[in-house]
Write a protein that binds this ligand. Structure first.
Ligand code: PEP
Ligand code: MN
Length: 338
């Protein structure tokens, strides 16, 4: 961190500030005296320093961070790619892992048949919402705990580990006992109380990017989970809001190389919630594989026109199989195994 002092601040005031900084924050401070102003360079752990508070000092012109505010998620402190193990399925570090399933769990027949179909096509994890974050309170809200029971039934039938969204900290214990990969949805990316609580869980977390959040805000949310003790975090790009309304969201594929530069955490792409239309899912999924993502999350439904949620963006099992067949050679070309 660098503090630029205002011109003509006295040496006495600078020395007092250095002493104060060393005492308050246990950092070392180097002083560079220029012709008109001095610059203080802070060395040590500056994560706890409040930039805005320092900027309010009458003698301070500007305060700048030279390092990112995240440590645990930072690629600089952990150069090797992290590999997250989801009940035996590895995400990151050379594999291309496909998570597939319906937006919501609707019935035993539906979830078991979709689980069997996506498994046969090569998916490694089953998704399905039980607690749904819906824009309208009048829309289907998910089956709740019964949905988790049905997911376990589908897991027993196929062996696929299950991924589902948590909406409330009060469900952490229940999810700890039932779910293999705990999804924090876009709408909750900055629900810091929820992030702190899932950070205490032993299960890995799939953290979706918020509806309009920057890369740094997203990585800082991962940092919340990691700082609470859970370092098994997978990021998921699912499109962001832009001026364009033709698509449900705008898929930001730049997120993949940027996140790989910023962080060692794996990143998967959800083309379904980005596009909002089933016919765009295949090209966007291929693009995600080509740009270096560690996997995909794709919505698949046995009867899309009658789905209780997100039917318009869901692939039929046949279309999903076609996508998987196309992905296999591309993943191999990228040096990854499906
Ligand atoms: C979902 O995966 O079902 C979902 C609601 O996604 P998002 O949080 O990305 O909108
Ligand atoms: Mn959905």
């Amino acid at each position: 961190m660098v503090i630029v002092m205002k011109p003509h601040v006295t040496q006495q005031a600078i020395e007092a500030m250095v002493r104060q900084l060393e005492q308050d924050y246990k950092v070392q401070v180097g002083v560079t005296n220029g012709v008109d102003c001095s610059i203080l360079g802070l060395v040590g752990d500056t994560t706890h320093i409040d930039l805005d508070k320092l900027s309010m000092d009458d003698n301070v012109e500007r305060v700048m961070r030279v390092q990112e505010p995240y440590k645990k998620a930072n690629r600089n402190f952990h150069p090797k790619d992290s590999v997250v193990d989801v009940s035996g399925v590895k995400i990151g570090g050379g594999s291309f892992t496909v998570i597939a399933g319906p937006c919501s769990v609707e019935s035993p027949e539906q979830i078991v048949s979709v689980a069997q179909d996506v498994k046969a096509a090569g998916a490694r994890l089953l998704r399905g919402g039980a607690f749904k974050p819906r824009t309208s309170p009048y829309s289907f809200q998910g089956m709740g705990e019964d949905g988790l029971t049905l997911l376990l039934q589908a897991k027993a039938a196929t062996g696929l580990p299950i991924v589902t969204e948590i909406m409330s900290p009060k469900h952490c214990q229940l999810f700890e006992e039932t779910v293999d990969l705990v999804q924090v949805g876009a709408r909750n990316m900055q629900n810091f109380d929820l992030l702190k609580e899932v950070g205490k869980m032993s299960k890995p977390i799939l953290l979706k990017r918020g509806l309009a959040n920057t890369y740094e805000e997203w990585v800082m949310s991962a940092e919340y989970i990691m700082a609470a003790g859970n370092e098994n975090v997978i990021l998921c790009e699912r499109g962001v809001r832009t001026f364009e309304t033709y698509t449900r969201n705008t898929l930001d594929l730049s997120a993949v190389p940027v996140i790989k530069k910023m962080s060692h955490l794996p990143i998967v792409v959800d083309p379904s919630h980005a596009a909002g239309m089933y016919w765009m899912v295949e090209p966007l999924a291929m693009a995600a594989a080509a740009v270096g993502a560690d996997g995909l999350m794709v919505e698949v439904h046995n009867d899309p026109p009658n789905a209780k949620c997100d039917g318009q963006q869901s692939l039929t099992p046949a279309n999903f199989r076609r996508l998987m067949d196309k992905l296999a050679p591309l993943a191999a070309l990228m040096g990854r195994s499906l």
